[in-house]
Ligand binder design. Structure first.
Ligand SMILES: [Zn+2]
Length: 267
C-alpha cells in the first residue's frame, strides 16, 4: 500500500517535470533548435525563465497563463501536456507495474505525446524521434517484451504495409495520402510494441482518422484534399494499444470470432 502511494507520487512528479521538457521538444524540434540549450525562455520577449516560473502546472496557474514581464499569453497547451504526461506516468504504474518494462513504455509514451503535438501543429514527424525510436525500440525488445521476433515482425509490418498503401494511393490519386513520416512512425510503434499490436494500432488510427478527421473536415468545410495529421491518430492509437494491451487484444479476437460466425452463417 505505502509502496504503491510512494511509487505513484514519484511517477506523477517525474511525469509533470518530463512533460515540461516535452513542451520544449515540441516547440524546438520542428524549428531545428537544440532541446538542451539555452534554458526555457518566454517565446514572446525571449527573457530567460526563473526556476519558480518553470514549476509544472503551478507556475502557469499562478501567473494565470501570462508571461510575468511582457504579459503575453502562455498557451494552455503547456500545463495540458504536463498533466497528460503526469497521468500517463501514473497510468504506467497500473498498466506495467514496477517492472523493467515500465521505463521503456514511459519513454515510448513521451515520444507519442511529442509526435502527437508536432504532427497536429506542423504536419511533420521529425526523424530525430521516429528513426531513433525504431533503433531504441528494437534494441530494448531484444531483452524485454514483446521480444525480438515480435518486434522485428512489428517493425516490418508497421514500416512496409503502410508503405504499400501509400504507394498504391500515390499511383491511383497522384498525391500523397500517407507521408513517409507516418510510415517511419508506425515502424517505430512496431519495434516497441511488436506484432500484432502494431496492426491494431494501424486499424484504430484509421478508425480515429475516419471518425474524428472526417468530422473535423466536414465542420471546417475544407474538403477531403486537406492532409490529415495521421501521426496524431497513430499516437493516440499506439498509446491505447500499449496501455490496454489485454483489452485491445480481447476485443480484436471477439471481433474476428463474431465475423467468422457471421460469415459461416451467411455462406
Ligand atoms: Zn515574455
Amino acid at each position: 500500500m505505502t509502496t504503491a502511494v510512494i511509487a505513484m507520487a514519484f511517477l506523477l512528479w517525474t511525469g509533470l517535470i518530463v512533460g515540461s521538457f516535452l513542451n520544449v521538444c515540441m516547440y524546438r524540434l520542428p524549428r531545428h533548435e537544440s532541446v538542451a540549450w539555452p534554458g526555457s525562455h518566454c517565446t514572446s520577449c525571449n527573457r530567460a525563465l526563473r526556476w519558480y516560473e518553470n514549476v509544472p502546472v503551478l507556475s502557469w496557474a499562478v501567473l494565470r497563463g501570462r508571461c510575468r514581464t511582457c504579459r503575453s499569453p502562455i498557451s494552455v497547451r503547456y500545463p495540458t501536456v504536463e498533466i497528460v504526461t503526469g497521468a500517463l506516468f501514473v497510468g504506467g504504474y497500473f498498466a506495467f507495474g514496477l517492472t523493467p518494462l515500465l521505463p521503456v513504455r514511459l519513454l515510448f509514451a513521451c515520444a507519442m505525446i511529442v509526435l502527437f503535438a508536432i504532427d497536429l501543429e506542423h504536419q511533420i514527424l521529425p526523424n530525430e524521434i521516429t528513426l531513433s525510436g525504431i533503433v531504441i525500440g528494437f534494441a530494448v525488445s531484444v531483452f524485454l517484451p514483446p521480444g525480438w521476433r515480435s518486434a522485428l515482425l512489428g517493425l516490418l509490418v508497421g514500416g512496409l504495409f503502410p508503405f504499400v498503401i501509400a504507394e498504391v494511393y500515390w499511383r491511383l490519386r497522384g498525391r500523397e495520402g500517407m507521408g513517409m513520416g507516418d510510415v517511419k512512425m508506425l515502424a517505430m510503434v512496431g519495434a516497441f510494441l511488436g506484432w500484432p499490436l502494431v496492426w491494431l494500432t494501424l486499424i484504430l488510427a484509421c478508425l480515429l482518422g475516419i471518425v474524428i478527421g472526417g468530422g473535423a473536415l466536414l465542420v471546417s468545410k475544407r474538403g477531403f484534399g486537406t492532409r490529415l495529421p495521421f501521426g496524431t491518430f497513430i499516437a493516440v492509437a499506439a498509446l491505447v494499444c500499449a496501455y490496454a494491451e489485454g483489452t485491445v487484444l480481447r476485443i480484436y479476437e471477439q471481433a474476428i470470432h463474431a465475423y467468422l460466425a457471421w460469415a459461416g452463417i451467411a455462406s
